[in-house]
Design a protein around this ligand. Structure first.
Ligand SMILES: Cc1cc2nc3c(=O)[nH]c(=O)nc-3n(C[C@H](O)[C@H](O)[C@H](O)COP(=O)(O)OP(=O)(O)OC[C@H]3O[C@@H](n4cnc5c(N)ncnc54)[C@H](O)[C@@H]3O)c2cc1C
Length: 168
């Protein structure tokens, strides 16, 4: 039985891979359907320490992946469909196989609630954003349309950045 499974290949999954790999736990990381996670959808990322000039999201995830692999994290392109408790750990059923691990870290993240309107996909990272705290800075002093009034955090973030906004 292997020591550790990590579910998810976003920043949290790769970070777990780096730490667990360095702890000699020989982690197995299941990528899931969205290899690299949400940051694969974006362009400039400017708020991560260590990237003083900023970095494109997909490029950053390649660096994270490489760093996790450097410490022995085995990366499998499989989705975990089921986790069962067994006596000594956990049984994972994936899109390809079954595995047993002593421990499991679930870092399966989230996904933005996109509207599905015309142009939204093409303009992701080029004016259409799903993260106010991440991208608000890029739209300083610009007119911005915010969708989702109940998301107070988002609205507050924009007000704090002194961005003009209109509510839909
Ligand atoms: C458009 C956009 C721009 C953003 N810009 C920034 C930014 O500039 N700066 C910033 O700090 N943050 C930004 N964010 C937020 C950032 O992307 C998230 O906070 C971050 O990706 C969360 O990381 P995570 O590892 O928790 O999960 P995620 O990145 O959501 O990754 C989840 C992972 O879990 C996997 N997974 C899910 N279910 C399963 C399963 N059953 N089996 C196997 N794997 C599974 C998925 O395939 C994926 O790899 C942005 C988000 C979006 C959408």
């Amino acid at each position: 039985m292997d020591d550790l499974a990590i579910i998810g290949s976003g920043p949290a999954g790769y970070t777990a891979g780096i730490y667990a790999g360095r702890a000699n736990l020989k982690p197995v990381l299941f990528e899931g359907l969205e290899s690299g996670g949400q940051l694969m959808l974006t362009t400039d990322v400017e708020n991560y320490p260590g990237f003083d000039e900023g970095i494109m999201g997909p490029e950053m995830m390649q660096v994270f992946k490489k760093q996790a692999e450097r410490f022995g994290t085995k990366i499998l392109t499989e989705t975990v469909n089921k986790i069962e408790k067994i006596e000594e750990g956990f049984k994972l059923t994936t899109s390809k196989d079954t595995y047993e691990f002593k421990s499991v870290i679930i870092s399966s993240g989230a996904s933005a609630n996109w509207l599905g309107v015309k142009g939204e996909k093409e303009l992701q990272g080029y004016g259409v954003s799903a993260c106010a705290t991440c991208d608000g800075f890029f739209f300083k002093d610009k007119n911005v349309i915010v969708v989702g009034l109940e998301q107070l955090q988002l609205t507050f973030g924009l007000i704090l950045m002194k961005i003009w906004w209109a509510l839909l």
